[in-house]
Design a protein around this ligand. Sequence first.
Ligand code: PRP
Length: 208
Amino acid sequence: MLNIALPKGRLGEKVYDMFEKAGYDCPSIRENNRKLIFENEKLGIRFFWVKPSDVSIYVERGAADIGVAGKDILIEYKPNVYELLDLRLGKCRMCVAAKKEFRDEDVKVLKVATKFTEIASDYYAGLGRDIDIIKLNGSIELAPILGLSDVIVDIVETGTTLKENNLEVKATILPISARLIANKAAFKFKGAEIEKIAEAMKGQVNND
Ligand code: PRP
């Protein structure tokens, strides 16, 4: 059996569509229920739904042979996995955002609220800017509005969340998209199988 960790949610549905079109289908996954594991015995594959930020943990530790994780997670947590393919799905960008009127005067330590403390620290270290990192777990946009931070480092997809909270992008740190990743040991022992899937998935990538 080849174990495949899919990110639960909207991105995961699109990723599964790609697997299906690539010939790796598992019809029971379409049934509307709360099951987390789905098998296609004939193809020798097993899909399971994982919280998106946990996919790389399952793959790194070998509970999944392959999986799909955002580039943001791969950069932030640096899991020891192979990155096989950019699926060009779930495209968004990691940005610095703040209130429209905010200007960084560079005179005091900048308060930065984020879920992505490594990405934020690396970015500001590169600029030589002293910062105070405030680690949050969600609704990051609240921080500058309530004066908890000066800026946020967060994911921007459509820009709607920022707009509706009177915030704006001040700088783009990096582009993000979903990546097919593999466990290193699995790649050694099931390499042919994994490369076959990666090749079939490559044929489904939308290059527009
Ligand atoms: C993410 C991100 C932004 C939002 C951006 O949040 O943290 O809040 O999506 O999307 P947009 O530009 O299309 O509005 P998510 O929904 O993952 O929830 P979170 O508050 O738990 O981070």
